[in-house]
Design a protein around this ligand. Structure first.
Ligand code: SF4
Length: 487
């Protein structure tokens, strides 16, 4: 068994993941999602591109045979080649109960110095798709210096990251090596433990993890506090110290009892307890009145949702559902750029469409639509007064919901709110990331079914937004108490 740089990286994100990756039952692991596959492909492509101006050699060995990879790398280092692409490093453990340490470095570059191989040493260079030199990357780079110290008999004095936008970044090894050794010791201790670390669902961290399905099930079965919006790992630790270990106990707590939590504040204390109560009751709890001016009802209303490909900085679909409350007609307009160079055309189509209904409010969910309207207006020379008049018609329902009602949901995303209200998407398990994958597949293959699936998904998002708006008006407008949702 090897303890690899990947384990160290994952341990910094989640201790449980490091444990499960080494000792978990593989039957509970999910295959990588399309989105994760795309990320890995993008990362590999980015690495190749960044290193394309350099010449290098790489060790030749049977895939997965780490020992053979290390032997081939050692041979290249012994020959003193200038650069080694994806060299394999393995060093035996210091303590017999520990595992051997190993890693595959993006690039090893030769420098003058003194090592077991001769008058040279190798330094590690890691290529990252990220824009910033995240601490977790720096810790991994420092880990490679420790591996190199064992592998070549000399500590490298440099380690570098190559970042997407910032370019070359030198890791401060005086600072990072001791930190890395602390992290490594923690990882070794976690892997020696008999118990798997406690689950903690954090959507940003867990959504790309192959243990998510399994961990979510565990969290759901135990009604884990991490499923409550607003419970961060830091707050969770503080709540545990206060003996508030379940949603039920939190629901009966007083805001004053949470005042000891650092940086928490009175407002957050009220909000979190209200969230626990809504969850226990399975019922919405209003706390701020919504007025008709905030959530207007008009003869014709527009529901708007954008699909975008961030890597191309492209808004490729403006979906608009036009709801005529007088006639009962509902018409969906998918304004789609089949190719990226059609973005200007669909932007103009969107402006023409919304100008046909100059008095209609435009409902959307989250700030992205407003930001994109500003960006597209600038990009395509739309006069600022036109953009200002357009944006003045926008109504952000996410903002309204989160500032007026507490719902028994695990997150205030459109999917979860609309689902709680009983709305169902026609296709299960689709999200914005999947729409991006489908758009890229359409461009690669020309298969129109990908575009059809995106349009269907986008229309459902617009219809879900419509359901949320109607519920807000029906149940919460000028009401002192929201009713339990039928869904
Ligand atoms: S799903 Fe989340 S809690 Fe579970 S192992 Fe992955 S990152 Fe950790």
């Amino acid at each position: 068994m090897l303890l690899t740089a990947e384990h160290l990286l994952n341990y910094q994100r989640c201790q449980r993941r490091a444990f499960l990756d080494q000792r978990g039952d593989l039957a509970f692991r999910s295959p990588p999602s399309d989105f994760l596959r795309k990320l890995l492909e993008d990362s590999a492509l980015h690495r190749r591109e960044k290193l394309s101006d350099l010449t290098w050699q790489s060790p030749v060995y049977a895939k997965g045979d780490w020992q053979a990879g290390a032997a081939a790398t050692q041979a290249l280092m012994g020959q003193g080649v200038e650069r080694i692409f994806q060299g394999v490093l393995i060093v035996p453990p210091e303590e017999p109960e520990d595992m051997a340490l190993a890693g595959i470095v993006d690039l090893l570059e030769k420098r003058p110095g003194r090592s077991d191989f001769g008058d040279w040493v190798y330094v590690p260079i890691e290529v990252k798709l990220g824009k910033r030199p995240k601490l977790e990357y720096q810790i991994v780079a420092a880990f490679y210096t420790q591996l190199l110290a064992g592998f070549q008999g000399a500590w490298p004095e440099e380690a570098w990251l190559v970042l997407r936008e910032a370019g070359l970044y030198e890791v401060d090894l005086w600072q990072r090596v001791p930190q890395m050794q602390t992290v490594l010791a923690g990882l070794q201790e976690t892997l020696r433990a008999s118990e798997v670390p406690e689950v903690f669902i954090s959507r940003s961290r867990c959504s790309l993890c192959h243990w998510y399905g399994h961990c979510y099930e565990v969290a759901h079965e135990t009604n884990h506090l991490s499923l409550l919006p607003g419970v961060t790992p830091t707050r969770y630790a503080a709540l545990q110290e206060l003996g508030l270990t379940s949603v039920e106990s939190l629901a009966t707590a007083t805001p004053k009892s949470l005042e000891g939590i650092p940086g928490f504040g009175e407002m957050n204390a009220h909000r979190l307890i209200r969230q626990a109560r809504a969850t226990v009751l399975g019922q919405a709890i209003p706390y701020q009145t919504i007025t008709p001016a905030q959530v207007p009802t008009a003869p014709v209303e527009l529901y708007f949702d954008i699909e975008a490909e961030p890597d191309l900085e492209l808004a490729f679909l403006h979906g608009v559902l036009v709801v005529n409350r007088v006639t009962g007609e509902e018409t969906f307009y998918p304004l789609l750029a089949e190719q990226p160079d059609q973005e200007a055309i669909i932007w103009q189509q969107f402006l023409d469409l919304v100008h046909r209904y100059p008095q209609s409010p435009i409902f959307h969910f989250c700030a992205y639509e407003v930001q994109t309207a500003h960006r597209l207006g600038q990009r395509y020379g739309t006069p600022p007064p036109v953009i200002e008049a357009l944006v003045a018609r926008f109504v952000d329902l996410h903002d309204l919901v989160t500032n007026s009602v507490t719902l028994p949901v695990e997150s205030y995303a459109l999917k979860l709110i609309a689902r709680w209200l009983g709305f169902r998407w026609r296709d299960q398990g689709v999200d914005g990331a999947q729409a991006i994958i489908w758009y890229n597949r359409w461009r690669e293959t020309g298969d129109h079914t990908y575009l059809d699936a995106i349009v269907r998904y986008n229309e459902d998002d617009c219809r879900a937004t419509y359901v949320v708006k109607d519920w807000l008006v029906r149940e919460c407008l000028n009401q002192t108490e929201c009713q339990e949702a039928s869904g």
